[in-house]
Design a protein around this ligand. Structure first.
Ligand code: BGC
Length: 738
C-alpha cells in the first residue's frame, strides 16, 4: 500500500550526519533501559517537585508548557548537571501564531496568500519563544479543513492542500531557519498526522473514514511537503482512520512517513493519544497501547504515561524488542543534537526580551492587514474625508484578549491594540464614539442596543465589530450552528434602521454563516482573529491607509447545513444548471418541478462567497490564460507555460493574488471541478499591467487511484487564471502520452 507519489517537493531533508550518528550510538550504549524510556517521556510542568526529581533521575526527555526562563534553566540544570548522563531536555510549547506578539490565527495567515509574510511571522515567533527557552513548537497544523463546524479550522490554512502546503512550509522555514542549532531556531512539528481535519460531522476527536485517493490527493500532500522541507518533528493525530488510531498506525507512521518519505526526525504523540487507544477500543490497557505505539514508531509519549508505566514490563516480558526502543531514542537524541542542546543547553538570562519589538509589531500589523478580506463594498470604504464622526459599535471593537484568537496562551492583553483604540488614535478621541450594543458575542441582552443606535444616529459612519470570542473556536470548540451568537444580528438590524452608512467587521475563528448580516451591511471586512495588532491593521484598512488584499482560504457557506463545502468538489452525475428556491415553489407542486439535480432548496447550489475570493479598494483585470502549447507531453519533461496579464484598472495601488486552477475533464475516477495548482501575489500601481507566468508539469496533473497508486492520464484539461475559484474563462490543453 505504500505507493504514494512524491508530487510535492521542497527543500530536501538534511542527510544524516555520520559524526552525529556515532555520538548518538555511543551515548545509547551507556544508557539503561530506564534512561532510554526516560527520553521518550514528555511531561508538563504541573507538578514541579515531582518533575524536577524525575528529570534528575533521567526519567524525562522533554517538557511541555514551561515558559518561565528561570524555571527552564533550573530544570535544564537538573538534567545536564544532576542526571547520570547529562542529556539535556527540550522545552516545547504550542507557539501557534506568535508567542507574545500574536499574529493572525493560521487561517488568517493563510488568507494573506503571502508565504513570505507567514515565514516572517514564524521567525518572529521563534525569536520570542526561544528567548524563554522554547526550542520546539507544535506548529504548523496542516490539516486540510473543509468543515467550519470543526473548531480547529482556525489553526489550519483552510480547505486546500496546496495552500496548506505553502503555508506549512513557510512556517517551517521561519521556525527552523536553515540551521536548527541557531539558538533562535525552534523545531517545527507537522501536525496532526493524519486526517484530523476530516473528523466526522465537524466534531473534534471524531472518527474519520478516508479512502486512499482522498488521503493521497488531499490529506497527505501538505505533510509530504513538510517532510521534504526538513520539518524536525511530526505529531500523530487523535483520530482513527478507517478504525486505526494514528498513534498505532504502522502503515502511516512507518511505511509512509519513515520508509516512503525518509523522515528521520521525532514523531511525538498528541497529548495522551497513546493511552487514548484504550478509549478507541483497540488496546485493553496501557501496556497494549504502548506496544501498538512503539511498534508504529511513535518516539515520544506526550503526557500519556503509557511508555513510562508499561514499556519496561513489555521488554521484560519479551513482547517489545529493546532494539525498537533504541530506534525511538535515537530519533530523540538526534533532535537534541540538531538543536545544539548538548553544546548550548541554557538560556542567556541577561539578554533583554525581544518580545514586542517595533519590528515585530510592524510585521504583526502587516500580517493582520493582509489577512483581512473585503467581501463587500458599495463604496463606503475606505472612509471618505467627509467622515468626521465615527460610531464604533459591537462586542469585538474593544476585546483585547479575544482578538488574539485560539491558541494564544502567551498573549498579554495589555499589548493588544484594539480597533477602538486604533480608530481613536487615527481620528481623534472626540470623533469616535463607542457603544458596544452587546457586551460580548454570546450576550443575548438587548439592553445596550438603544444606546448603540443613538450613537450610530449621531455619526457620519458606523463600524460594527461582530464575531466570535477566542474561546468559541480552536481545539474542542466545535459548533453545530455557525450563525452569529447572542443578540449580534439584532444589534445590526437596529443599526441598519438609522440609515447611516454601515460597515461590518467580523473577527472570528472560522467562516461564520453571515448571509443576513452581509445583506444588511454596506461593506463587509472579514477577518480571522488578527492578534496583537488587529486593531491597528483594521484602522489602517478602514481609513484607506492600507488596501485590503486578503482572499478566502475557505469557501464561505450561506448556511451551516452546507458543510462540508469546498470548491474542489466533484461534478456529480447531476450538476445543477438551475435551481428553485424553496419559497417560490407553489403548493402541491409536482415532485420533479424543482429539477433533479444536486442542490439545496433552501441554500441553492452556491456558497455565499467562493474560495479564493476577496476585493480590494482598486479593481483588477486578469486576462484568460495564454498557453505555450496546446499540448503537454507526459514524457518529454518540457513544462507547459501558462501566463496571463494582470492590470490594475482602478485608481489605487493594490495587491492581487492570481490563482491557477486546473480541471481534468475525463479521468478513470471522477475528478474535482477545479484544483488549485499555483498562485502568485503581486502589487500593481494604478493603470499598471504585469504578465504573471506559471508552469505546469505532468506531475502536477497526477492523482491517485483506488489502490493509492499515482495516475497521470492523457486527455483534455482546462486551465484558469483568476482572482478566485469561481471566475475566469478557461483555456484548454491536451496531455499527450509521448
Ligand atoms: C493538541 C495539539 C497540541 C497538544 C499540546 C493537544 O491537545 O491536539 O495540537 O499541540 O495538545 O498542547
Amino acid at each position: 500500500m505504500s505507493a504514494f507519489v512524491a508530487v510535492a517537493s521542497c527543500v530536501a531533508a538534511p542527510p544524516k550526519d555520520a559524526v552525529m550518528e556515532a555520538r548518538i550510538d555511543s551515548l545509547l550504549d551507556l544508557m539503561t533501559l530506564q534512561e532510554k524510556i526516560g527520553q521518550l517521556n514528555q511531561f508538563n510542568t504541573a507538578q514541579f517537585d515531582t518533575l524536577s526529581a524525575a528529570v534528575a533521575q533521567g526519567r524525562v526527555g522533554s517538557i511541555i508548557n514551561e515558559v518561565n526562563p528561570e524555571v527552564v534553566n533550573r530544570l535544564q540544570r537538573k538534567a545536564v548537571e544532576e542526571s547520570r548522563l547529562g542529556i539535556p531536555l527540550i522545552f516545547a510549547r504550542d507557539v501557534i501564531h506568535g508567542f507574545n506578539t500574536v499574529f493572525p490565527i493560521p487561517l488568517g495567515q493563510a488568507a494573506t496568500w503571502n508565504p513570505d509574510l507567514v515565514e516572517e511571522a514564524a521567525r518572529i515567533a521563534a525569536i520570542e519563544a526561544s528567548a524563554c527557552g522554547i526550542r520546539w513548537t507544535f506548529s504548523p497544523m496542516i490539516d486540510v479543513s473543509r468543515d467550519a463546524r470543526w473548531g480547529r479550522i482556525a489553526e489550519s490554512a483552510g480547505e486546500d492542500p496546496l495552500l496548506n502546503e505553502r503555508m506549512g512550509v513557510a512556517m517551517i522555514r521561519g521556525y527552523q531557519t536553515d540551521n536548527l542549532a541557531d539558538p533562535t531556531a525552534v523545531a517545527a512539528c507537522a501536525k496532526h498526522f493524519a486526517g484530523y481535519g476530516y473528523s466526522e460531522s465537524g466534531k473534534d476527536y471524531n472518527t474519520t473514514w478516508l479512502p486512499l485517493p482522498l488521503l493521497a490527493d488531499v490529506v497527505l500532500p501538505p505533510f509530504e511537503a513538510a517532510a521534504n522541507a526538513g520539518v524536525a518533528t511530526f505529531m500523530t493525530s487523535f483520530n482513527d482512520i478507517n478504525g486505526v488510531p494514528s498513534s498505532g498506525n504502522q502503515w502511516l507512521m512507518r511505511d509512509i512517513l519513515r520508509d516512503k518519505w525518509g523522515f528521520d526526525g521525532v514523531l511525538v504523540s498528541d497529548w495522551n493519544a497513546i493511552t487514548e487507544m484504550i478509549n478507541h477500543g483497540v488496546a485493553a490497557d496501557k501496556k497494549a497501547a504502548a506496544l501498538l505505539a512503539a511498534n508504529a514508531g511513535v518516539d515520544i509519549d506526550m503526557e500519556g504515561h503509557s511508555y513510562p508505566d508499561a514499556m519496561e514490563a513489555l521488554v521484560r516480558e519479551g513482547k517489545l524488542d529493546e532494539n525498537v526502543i533504541d530506534d525511538l531514542v535515537r530519533n530523540v537524541l538526534r533532535l537534541k543534537f540538531r538543536l545544539g542542546l548538548f553544546e548550548n543547553p541554557y538560556i542567556d538570562l541577561s539578554k533583554p526580551s525581544p518580545s514586542y519589538s517595533p519590528s515585530h509589531l510592524a510585521a504583526a500589523t502587516k500580517a493582520a492587514e493582509e489577512s483581512a478580506i473585503l467581501l463587500k463594498n458599495n463604496g463606503m470604504l475606505p472612509l471618505g474625508k467627509d467622515v468626521r464622526r465615527i460610531a464604533v459599535i459591537g462586542p469585538m471593537a474593544d476585546a483585547p484578549y479575544d482578538q488574539g484568537g485560539t491558541w494564544a496562551p502567551d498573549i498579554q492583553r495589555e499589548h493588544s491594540v484594539t480597533p477602538l483604540a486604533a480608530l481613536r488614535k487615527l481620528y481623534g478621541e472626540k470623533n469616535v464614539s463607542y457603544s458596544p450594543g452587546v457586551k460580548f458575542t454570546r450576550d443575548i441582552s438587548l439592553d445596550g442596543i438603544p444606546e448603540a443606535v443613538k450613537a450610530a444616529s449621531e455619526a457620519d459612519a458606523v463600524i460594527c465589530f461582530l464575531g466570535e470570542e477566542a474561546v468559541m473556536s480552536g481545539e474542542a470548540h466545535c459548533m453545530a450552528d455557525l450563525d452569529l451568537k447572542g443578540a449580534q444580528t439584532a444589534l445590526l438590524e437596529a443599526l441598519d434602521k438609522t440609515g447611516k452608512p454601515l460597515a461590518v467587521v467580523f473577527m472570528a475563528g472560522r467562516p461564520l454563516t453571515i448571509k443576513k448580516e452581509n445583506a444588511i451591511a454596506d461593506a463587509v471586512l472579514y477577518t480571522f482573529h488578527g492578534g496583537t495588532m488587529a486593531g491597528e491593521a483594521l484602522a489602517n484598512l478602514l481609513s484607506g491607509k492600507a488596501n485590503p488584499s486578503g482572499k478566502l482560504p475557505v469557501t464561505m457557506a450561506k448556511m451551516t447545513g452546507q458543510y462540508p463545502i469546498y470548491y474542489a468538489h466533484k461534478n456529480t452525475g447531476r450538476p445543477p444548471e438551475w435551481t428553485v428556491d424553496l419559497d417560490s415553489i407553489p403548493l402541491e407542486a409536482i415532485q420533479t418541478s424543482t429539477g433533479c439535480t444536486s442542490y439545496y432548496l433552501d441554500a441553492g447550489k452556491d456558497p455565499l462567497y467562493p474560495f479564493g475570493y476577496g476585493l480590494s479598494y482598486t479593481t483588477f483585470d486578469i486576462s484568460s490564460p495564454r498557453l505555450s502549447s496546446a499540448t503537454l507531453a507526459k514524457r518529454s519533461g518540457e513544462p507547459l507555460t501558462v501566463e496571463c496579464t494582470v492590470t490594475n484598472t482602478g485608481d489605487r495601488e493594490g495587491q492581487e493574488t492570481v490563482q491557477l486552477y486546473v480541471r481534468d475533464m475525463v479521468g478513470s475516477l471522477a475528478r474535482p471541478v477545479k484544483e488549485l495548482k499555483d498562485f502568485k501575489k503581486i502589487s500593481l500601481k494604478p493603470g499598471e499591467s504585469q504578465v504573471v507566468s506559471f508552469t505546469l508539469t505532468p506531475a502536477q496533473l497526477a492523482y491517485h487511484g483506488l489502490d493509492g497508486k499515482p495516475i497521470i492520464e492523457p486527455g483534455e484539461f482546462r486551465v484558469w487564471t483568476a482572482g478566485d475559484s469561481a471566475s475566469g474563462t478557461p483555456a484548454t490543453f491536451t496531455l499527450t502520452e509521448q
